[in-house]
Structures are given as structure tokens and as C-alpha cells.
Design a protein around this ligand. Structure first.
Ligand SMILES: [Zn+2]
Length: 242
């Protein structure tokens, strides 16, 4: 029986001479693998649908042991991401995150999907500060999974933050100087300001948010470590963090 899903291509593997298996992240069913037949030739009808970032409506039919893509209505190719190396690496990092996540509920998967589309649109069509889209996406992921990172007060004792703020990797929350443990790392004032502005604004506001590249990257390293502590998955972020 054929089914139609709205999905983004996360990655693909070449199979046989001209086929490609693609991992789709769909609104309706989360992540699913499907095969594109004869798609690697220049004249292939569905050749654009095999590229990562491609967002479309995929018609899938049961084949021999796998789902086969029989047609695609491309909603947004996000081709712009392949034409700017920095955007490309940041976009790849978004897909890398989705690739590592597993979904325990339809709601989780739905929220991640909606955020991914918003993130890709801002990344492809706007200019933002260093990794702003990626940082925001990570913060959203923590929140969707019930481990929101940003807080106005110490999550341990409830006191307002003064000079020193720490990220406690053990629980993935912000704590004060008195409550920090050996598993905590200090968050600078600049990093905290970025955390706050990205956590309290929508994707549409990202192009108006300005901060230093260096501080953005420092924060990204900490969020990546926090992701590893929460999900037990390491993220490479190729081209962004060496
Ligand atoms: Zn405290």
C-alpha cells in the first residue's frame, strides 16, 4: 500500500549501480529508510530527491524488503546550503543531531521535525551570527527532551545568579557558585547572554541577534558536551569544531 510522507533527506548510501538508500526524517513516522531506484544517473527523474536537506512530499510503496520512493514533490531543496561552505557545515550538524536522536513519542519526533524545518529555512535564506541556528537547535532539543538548559536562577538552590554561573553536566542544568560540583564547568557572562537570547527568541529573530564568533564557538563546545552527557552520543560537527 502506498503512503505519502512529508520528509527531509538526512543521508544516503549508494547501492547497486544506480540506486540509493536514503534516510528520511518524516513528520508522520519519524525516521524511515527508503530506496530511490535508478537515481544516480544525470537524467534520473528523482535525482534531486537524493540530496541531503531536500524537503518534500515522498510517495512510498512497499518493495522487496524495503520501501521504494515512487514520486517526490519537492517543497524546498535547500540548495542554498550547498553553495556556502559555512552554511553547509552548520546544516550538516543539524542533520547529524537528528541522525543520532531516537524518539520515544510521536510528539517528540513532531517537535524536532518542526524545529528542523524552521532552522533550515533561517540557515538557508538568512545571515546569522556564528552557529546561531545550530546553538538554538541544540537548546530546543534539550527542551523537547525535558532537560531545558537555560534558567534565570540556580536550578539547585533557587538563588538568582550573580557573578559565576556553571553548567552542571551531571544534570544538564545551570547552577550557582555554591551549588557547582566537580562535574560543572563555568559559563562566561558572554556565553550566558547568548544562551538567554537564543532560548527566549524564535528562529525568525536569529538574523537580528549579534554576538562574537569566539564566544559562540566556546558555548557550542559546551552544548556539544552537554548533548553527549544527556544522550550518550558524540557529535562530530565536521568543519565547525576541530
Ligand atoms: Zn545554587
Amino acid at each position: 500500500m502506498a503512503k505519502k510522507v512529508k520528509a527531509v533527506v538526512i543521508k544516503g548510501n549508494n547501492v547497486k549501480e544506480k540506486d540509493k538508500n536514503i534516510l528520511l526524517f518524516s513528520l508522520e513516522e519519524g525516521k524511515i529508510w527508503a530506496t530511490l531506484k535508478g537515481v544516480r544517473g544525470d537524467k534520473a527523474k528523482l535525482k534531486y530527491a537524493k540530496e541531503p536537506f531536500c524537503f518534500g512530499e515522498f510517495l512510498l510503496e512497499e518493495g522487496k524488503g524495503s520501501l521504494v520512493v515512487t514520486s517526490v514533490d519537492i517543497l524546498e531543496s535547500f540548495n542554498e546550503l550547498s553553495q556556502d561552505v559555512e552554511k553547509y557545515f552548520e546544516g550538516n550538524a543539524l542533520l547529524e543531531i537528528v541522525n543520532t536522536l531516537s524518539f520515544e513519542s510521536v510528539n517528540e519526533s513532531y517537535l524536532v521535525f518542526v524545529n528542523l524545518i524552521k532552522a533550515l529555512k533561517i540557515l538557508a535564506f538568512h545571515k546569522t551570527s556564528e552557529c546561531a541556528v545550530l546553538l538554538k537547535f541544540l537548546l530546543d532539543i534539550f527542551e523537547i527532551y525535558g532537560i531545558k538548559l537555560y534558567s534565570e536562577k540556580c536550578t539547585c538552590c533557587g538563588a538568582p545568579f550573580h557573578d559565576h554561573i556553571y553548567l552542571n553536566y551531571n544534570v544538564g542544568e545551570l547552577v550557582c557558585l555554591q551549588c557547582q560540583t566537580f562535574q560543572s564547568e563555568e559559563i562566561s557572562k558572554g556565553e550566558y547572554a547568548i544562551l538567554k537570547i537564543l532560548s527566549t527568541n524564535s528562529y525568525n529573530k536569529l538574523p537580528t541577534i549579534k554576538y562574537s564568533n569566539e564566544i559562540g564557538l566556546c558555548l557550542l563546545k559546551k552544548l556539544r558536551k552537554n548533548f553527549y552527557q544527556r544522550f550518550d552520543k558524540s557529535l562530530k560537527f565536521i568543519g565547525i569544531i576541530s
